[in-house]
Design a protein around this ligand. Structure first.
Ligand SMILES: NC(=O)C1=CN([C@@H]2O[C@H](COP(=O)(O)OP(=O)(O)OC[C@H]3O[C@@H](n4cnc5c(N)ncnc54)[C@H](OP(=O)(O)O)[C@@H]3O)[C@@H](O)[C@H]2O)C=CC1
Ligand SMILES: CC[C@](O)(C(C)=O)C(=O)O
Ligand SMILES: [Mg+2]
Ligand SMILES: [Mg+2]
Length: 344
């Protein structure tokens, strides 16, 4: 089995004498900055003036411009949206990097697809949490953590691995498990997971189930509870005990239906489509399309996003969630409004 590292395998001393700049204060940025700070590390956040800047100040974090934070730091973690990283790197990060610094990422996209080419005299590593930033923060506060991958692209100082592991421990990943990877493996598996299973796969499955029931005349509220709300409860059981753990709690009728009908819906044909998705990621076709979409100011992204927000499942869900005060309100620090060329 691959070696999994935990807190007691990692000596964080190497990071204690360093200043860490967290560039960006969104989903991942706020979690890394606050977790590292509470783990005892010296953190400065790099931002432009605006919503995130105000939020970071409110949270009691030291905030400077991206250029200033980079110039002061030994470790520079880039937690900007992937699509804006190359421009901000060229303008504000690269001119302020010093030999022996570490340049770090939470996703390998820009290094792997050569959108950022770092100088040879800095370390380059990734620490990629395998979970949304808001849960990296929430689980840390609860005394738990989200697992993370670490990978070294460039080791100019000879200490890149030590620093990366100390960083991963600082954000709480050592409570859940830290695995070694490469930039290629992290980039390709992360893109595949979010497209085929975690985000694209699940939303398509949920919508197809909801539409099948409502188009057959069943109440939208019943369809919402059946296909979306209960999904969390079922996935919680898988998280705790795998597929068998979930199957232990469901009825035998459900388990028989799982065995005979599941493969009618998700089958070899679905797997063939998944392989096509993976090929597009591996060849760089997906990355090229996403880069071009951004260069054109996201016409398709914005149109699909607007249409998705109008789906009946969203309207019904909003009404039902308002009647369930125990359901946590969505985190709204993450922008998802229409993006124009002036936004960044
Ligand atoms: N979301 C997640 O949970 C995960 C993300 N990742 C990776 O982490 C990285 C960050 O993603 P994510 O946390 O989703 O990003 P978000 O979109 O949540 O965060 C964006 C942050 O960048 C800031 N920003 C945007 N443009 C600029 C600019 N021109 N100058 C300064 N600051 C700017 C925003 O500030 P402002 O308020 O001013 O716009 C905001 O603080 C990506 O590489 C992503 O792939 C990895 C694992 C999971
Ligand atoms: C699943 C989506 C993700 O890869 C993540 C939260 O891990 C992302 O890029 O946001
Ligand atoms: Mg991911
Ligand atoms: Mg991702």
């Amino acid at each position: 089995m691959t070696k999994v590292l935990y807190n007691n395998n990692i000596n964080e001393e190497v990071l204690q004498s360093k200043r860490v700049a967290i560039i960006g204060y969104g989903s991942q940025g706020h979690a890394h900055a606050l977790n590292l700070k509470e783990s005892g590390f010296d953190v400065v956040v790099g931002l432009r003036k605006g919503k995130s800047w105000d939020k970071a100040v409110e949270d009691g974090v030291e905030v400077k411009t991206v250029a200033e934070a980079t110039a002061e730091a030994d470790v520079v973690m880039v937690l900007l949206p992937d699509e804006y990283q190359p421009k901000i790197y060229e303008e504000s990060i690269k001119p302020n990097l010093k030999p022996g610094n570490a340049l770090a990422f939470a996703h390998g996209f820009n290094i792997h697809f050569s959108q950022i080419v770092p100088p040879e005299d800095v370390d380059v590593f990734l620490v990629a949490p395998k979970g949304p930033g808001h849960l990296v923060r929430r689980t840390y506060q609860e005394g738990a953590g989200v697992p993370a991958l670490y990978g070294i692209y460039q080791d100019a100082t000879g200490t890149a691995t030590e620093v990366a592991l100390a960083y991963a421990k600082g954000i709480g990943a050592g409570r859940a498990g830290i695995l070694q990877t490469s930039f290629q493996e992290e980039t390709e598996t992360d893109l595949f997971g979010e497209q085929a299973v975690l985000c694209g796969g699940v939303t398509s499955l949920v919508k197809a189930g909801f539409e099948t029931l409502t188009e057959a005349g069943y109440q939208p509220e019943v369809a919402y509870f059946e296909c979306l709300h209960e999904l969390k409860l079922i996935v919680d059981l898988m998280y705790e005990g795998g597929l068998a753990g979930m199957r232990y709690s469901i009825s035998d009728t459900a388990q028989w239906g799982d065995f005979v009908s599941g493969p009618r819906v998700v089958n070899e044909d679905t797997k063939a489509r998944m392989k096509e998705v993976l090929t597009d990621i591996q060849t760089g076709a997906f990355a090229k399309g996403w880069i071009l979409e951004n260069q054109a100011n996201r016409p398709q992204f914005n149109a699909i996003n607007a249409k998705e927000n109008e789906h009946l499942i969203e309207k019904v869900g909003q009404e039902l969630r308002e009647l369930m005060p125990f359901v946590k309100k969505p985190v709204n620090s993450k922008k998802k409004e229409v993006v124009t060329s002036d936004s960044n």
